[in-house]
Design a protein around this ligand. Structure first.
Ligand SMILES: NC(=O)c1ccc[n+]([C@@H]2O[C@H](COP(=O)([O-])OP(=O)(O)OC[C@H]3O[C@@H](n4cnc5c(N)ncnc54)[C@H](O)[C@@H]3O)[C@@H](O)[C@H]2O)c1
Length: 315
């Protein structure tokens, strides 16, 4: 299979590219390196540096004619989507739509990396199933949901073959610890560099933390086996608080650090957990990594990287 992985120099996309290369697929990574790193690129994949907003990105799909596009390139910061909503919609909706239209035209399967937490918000059903009414509270979530609707419309109007995966809070090696990245990467980075960890509010806000290897397994299963038009949650179904995450990482690193509690963010989501029974039933996918083991592997990676700084300095 020939697969174009957009965002393949980033955290999740690079792990997906690695797994595809390992499986013997031909991989083309398209990334503008805005938050991704050259160090993440798989040497067995072809790399094309390109902003997906550039019309050249559509030309690439037409020229390369991949069997599938695994779309992970995105403006992925919720706070940035609040500060720059036009940029968010430009990358996450308009440029993504350009790629999906080319996928429809060339017959490529289109896998879209969406989000669970930012779609469902503070849901009153936990874990939250895909059928829960999604009313995102951030431009980021609104853009992801809007693009899911575009995919549905393109399937009906143009025969687009697509699959949507709504991820929980993904963590693991290579997550960018800068900006508003996941709390796991931020804590690991702070602890290995002797800095402090700030917990907003009382730290009892929960998320569904899913290890990146499990997300990659879901991607591969969906690419190869999901019926067209499927939307799947990809999470563990379990809520873990920021306080618990901090304690587990401190444990993994053998640290004695204490967190600093800072003011709660206004409007911060309180809870999140995804019901992933649909993907389990239909594709046989299940999360395999325990939270403790995933955090240990992640903490060890950050410790090893601290010497090299390849991923830890801003791009
Ligand atoms: N990390 C999570 O917890 C999480 C949760 C839900 C959904 N997602 C989604 O998964 C995808 C990957 O996220 P990630 O955590 O790996 O983020 P990341 O920032 O590490 O990866 C995104 C990649 O896309 C590239 N990129 C950004 N804008 C681009 C553009 N205009 N043109 C070309 N390349 C561009 C970046 O350089 C980077 O390599 C995103 O779509 C994100 O919204 C992530």
């Amino acid at each position: 299979m020939k697969v174009m992985v957009t965002g393949g120099a980033g955290f999740i996309g690079s792990h997906v590219a690695d797994a595809l290369v390992r499986a013997g697929d031909r991989v083309i990574v398209v990334d503008d390196l805005s938050t991704g790193f050259r160090a993440n690129l798989n040497p067995g994949a072809e790399f094309i540096e390109c902003d997906i907003r550039d019309p050249r990105a559509a030309d690439l799909v037409r020229e390369e004619r991949p069997d599938a596009i695994c779309h992970h390139a995105a403006q992925m910061s919720v706070p940035r989507s609040l500060k720059e909503p036009m940029l968010d919609v430009d990358v996450n909706v308009r440029a993504s739509l350009q790629l999906a239209l080319e996928a429809a035209e060339t017959g490529a399967r289109f896998l879209f990396a969406s989000t669970g937490g930012a779609l469902y918000g503070d849901a009153d059903v936990l874990p939250t199933p895909e059928s829960y009414p999604a009313w995102p509270v951030s431009p980021y979530g609104a853009g992801k949901l809007a693009f899911e609707h575009y995919l549905h419309a393109l399937r009906l109007s143009l025969g687009l073959d697509y699959v949507v995966l709504r991820y929980g809070n993904v963590f693991g090696p290579r997550q960018n610890p800068h900006g508003e990245a996941g709390v796991v990467a931020i804590f690991c980075r702070a602890l290995v560099s002797g800095s402090y960890c700030a917990i907003t509010g009382d730290g009892r806000q929960t998320r569904d933390y899913i290890y990146v290897d499990d997300v990659v397994a879901a991607c591969l299963a969906a690419l190869r086996g999901a019926p067209s038009g499927s939307h799947y949650n990809v999470g563990t179904g379990r809520q873990t608080s920021v306080n618990e995450i901090f304690e587990l990482i401190v444990d993994a690193l053998g640290s004695t650090a204490k967190p600093v509690h800072v003011a709660a963010r206004p409007g911060e989501q309180k809870t999140s957990a995804l019901d992933s029974r649909r993907i389990s039933t239909e594709l046989g996918w299940r999360p395999r990594a325990s939270l403790r083991d995933g955090l240990l592997a992640t903490a060890q990676w950050f410790r090893a990287e601290a010497g090299q700084e390849a991923h830890l300095t801003p791009a």
